[in-house]
Design a protein around this ligand. Structure first.
Ligand SMILES: Cc1ncc(COP(=O)(O)O)c(C=O)c1O
Length: 402
């Protein structure tokens, strides 16, 4: 241990993490942070000199490297360079930023949109800007960490409800004082389980209790709805969400986050949210790439259909092999393993057989629910997916998971 401090709780915390890290490394069970040196088509990557099938991607529609998107990014660099002159409010706003926000507003069928430099920051800043002391913010237990952090930072009364349990959501709202401002937040597709929020009920309950509704579409943009517009299109309930949040780092192969909604809401956020006012603008290449990606989604609807077919194939195959994949119906497929060690072992065998998947273990998921968080994309071919499934199945049997 190379920390020259007297023993205190910080030292002990670091020591605990580092000794677990060392143990996993020494036993060939550590698979995080591996550098990818090459993309080989949409569904294969070169990792440590090995070509592997990619089953850990967020690029659900397979848009990373799309020629139109790459060309847009290059043109933006030629026109604007690689950075901006500062924060948006002062000297950092480009015509490109305005174009992207118009594109997002149109895509999300909203009056206006605002962008930030990451999805994480978007949730943190938007929730903590809108909500404050005396307000109530109510969040699904499986919501993303950035939502939890935004709720904590807001200083509002923070309550959680059991995952997708609408009775408990209603109970929480009943507990809130009638005069308090209330915000309900949920992922549209849950990032670790792949299941879809009970949207019709959430909308109904929010209306009943006069609560604002914020939905995080990080994993539903491009996946749900006939044209990939997300949760409202999926349920045919356009206009139901007050704060439509999403990221530009998953289906959209760039970086950043956005909120779309009513004009007044966006004007308010543009002048009060600290991550907008006190942090530099998104760089030109990433803005242009994101803008083009929304257009590609509309121009190439086959990607959405292919993704759905691939997801169905993957889920059905893993289930019939005997794996528990929880309630997923999307491209995010949890392959439950039980203990963290089993999840690490399944990962090791899969990667040794050129299937690039990664484990999610405690505390990211509850103890005993460690899993592979496997994904398919529109870039996979069915034959590749079948091969990956047979590797996972064989390894699952050897390790005793199935
Ligand atoms: C549901 C959800 N919201 C927000 C984020 C944060 O987005 P970003 O990675 O673009 O910062 C993530 C990222 O994993 C996510 O899964």
């Amino acid at each position: 241990m190379d920390i020259h401090k007297t023993d205190d709780s910080v030292v002990r915390r670091i020591q605990a993490l580092v000794s677990r890290y060392d143990y996993l490394n020494q036993n060939d069970l550590y698979f995080y942070n591996q550098p990818i040196s090459e993309l080989r088509g949409g569904a294969r990557v070169l990792v440590n000199g090995r070509e592997m099938g990619m089953y850990a991607s967020y690029s659900y529609l397979g848009l990373i490297g799309h020629p139109r998107i790459n060309a847009a990014a290059k043109a933006a660099v030629d026109q604007f360079g690689t950075g901006t002159n500062g924060v948006r409010t002062l000297a950092g706003s480009l015509t490109l930023h305005e174009q992207l926000e118009e594109t997002i507003a149109e895509f999300k069928q909203a009056e206006a949109a605002i962008t930030y430099t990451s999805g994480y920051v978007t949730n943190m800043t938007v929730i903590s800007t809108l909500m404050g002391r005396g307000d109530w913010v109510i969040s699904d237990k499986l919501n993303h960490a950035s939502i939890v952090d935004g709720c904590l930072m807001s200083g509002a009364e923070f309550r959680r409800f059991r995952h997708n349990d609408m009775q408990e959501l209603e109970k929480r709202l009943e507990q809130a004082p009638a005069e308090a401002a209330k915000l309900v937040v949920a992922d549209a597709v849950f990032s670790m389980d792949g299941d879809v929020v009970d949207f019709p009920r959430v909308v109904e309950i929010c209306r009943k209790y006069n609560a604002w509704l914020m939905i995080d579409e990080a994993h539903s943009l491009g996946l749900l709805g006939k044209t990939g517009r997300g949760i409202e299109e999926h349920f045919g309930m356009e206009g139901s969400v007050d704060i439509k949040m999403g990221t530009l780092s998953k289906t959209i192969p760039s970086v950043g986050g956005y909120v779309a909604g009513k004009k007044d809401l966006i004007t308010y956020l543009r002048h009060t949210s600290r991550a907008y006012i006190f942090s530099a603008a998104l760089p030109p290449a990433q803005v242009a790439a994101a803008n083009e990606a929304f257009k590609v989604i509309l121009d190439e609807p086959w990607r959405i259909e292919k993704l759905r077919q691939n997801a169905d194939l993957f889920i059905t195959g893993l289930k019939s092999a005997g794996f528990d994949t929880l309630l997923t119906s999307t491209a995010i497929v949890p392959v439950l393993c039980g203990s963290d060690e089993r999840a690490f072992a399944l990962t090791r065998t899969a990667q040794h057989n050129d299937v690039f998947v990664l484990p999610v273990v405690s505390p990211a998921v509850p103890e005993g629910l460690a899993r592979l968080r496997a994904t398919v994309t529109a870039a996979h071919e069915p034959e590749e997916i079948k091969r990956a499934m047979s590797v996972i199945e064989k390894a699952g049997k050897e390790i005793g998971i199935i």
